[in-house]
Design a protein around this ligand. Sequence first.
Ligand code: PGA
Length: 245
Amino acid sequence: MIHNQIIIAKTPESAGRCAAQHFRALMQTKPYCVLGLATGSTPIPLYRELIAMNQRGEIDFSTVRTVNLDEYKGLSPEHEQSYRYFMNDNLFNHVNINKANTFVPNGLAADVGAFCLEYEKKIEELGGIDIQLLGIGHDGHIGFNEPDSFFPKITHETQLTEMTREANKRFFDGDIGKVPTAAITMGIGTVMAARKVILIATGKDKAEIVKKSFFGPVDPQVPASILQLHKNCVVILDEEAAGAL
Ligand code: PGA
């Protein structure tokens, strides 16, 4: 049984505005909410809209807490391609959030195993995730949960596939050799425990994987397919990403 609500917006910008309305509704009714955030090109229109809403006084970040999906292993928070840097640059520096309430996995953790357990504990202490935002990789990855023979449960270290490193090399001077080979990511279980999931996919290069993920079998070789079983998952597509449905 598929529970997902699928919304088709015209453009990536209107998909971002649509997602922003879900965030605004949560933030206006639950000031101490916990937002699970994502990086990549896809959420940028959403973050622009959240910044505009904050500037118009429609949403207040002062009591909001955030947890990010993932981080490259080996990159410091100051590295321009780190996901901490991305979040500061694309959202946190432009809204009234207290950065002490924003959590991104530590790519430099000396004991990664212990760090992953702490990250899970942190999410639990915050009261769990109210909305987890996701993009989707061309191989169906969510966070950095790559295709596998099982669905990883909790935050863990993972090796990046060639396809993912190839897709992300555009941020590293086009040089795949500069793209980290490993990352720390929330697990699929962490994502599935969120009270609501919003997955955004835009662009025609995502059309096939969107179809496979939401209209194919639930299969760990297509990690996003597990979202079919989430009770409160909204999939927001632009017309191009919806093109194969
Ligand atoms: P993108 O990445 O938004 O840059 O396409 C999505 C992802 O890999 O999850």
